[in-house]
Write a protein that binds this ligand. Sequence first.
Ligand code: SF4
Ligand code: SF4
Length: 124
Amino acid sequence: MKIRYDCSKCPGYCCSYDRIEITDFDVRRLAKHFDLDFETAKRRFTRQYVKKSEKIDEMILRHRKDSVYKSICMFFDQDERRCTIYAARPGVCRKYPEEGRCGYYDFLKFEREQQGDDEFIPSA
Ligand code: SF4
Ligand code: SF4
């Protein structure tokens, strides 16, 4: 599959999604990576997102305030604009964007061409 996006030129929009759902398997991988027990890793790195009216109950990655987006995954390096735990990242991050294109990257590329500025970051 031909890859038509370049994450190194993107400020990490997908890592700013509010709900990055992870599994117990992902927590075990994070625990191993940081040499922690499962419960400590779960408490430190995740929180529960619950919306009863829509029957949603998900374990998601914690966020921090970000200088580009409203907030971003706690594992994102905000200076380098990249993941700090690439080898231990959750399954959902490994799969994304699941095809050769990334919608946000197409949008970013188009806006940058329009502005004539390779570093332009449109408000998402
Ligand atoms: S939004 Fe797309 S281009 Fe940007 S980091 Fe995520 S996958 Fe890469
Ligand atoms: S774990 Fe890494 S790839 Fe996944 S959302 Fe966080 S910073 Fe992004």
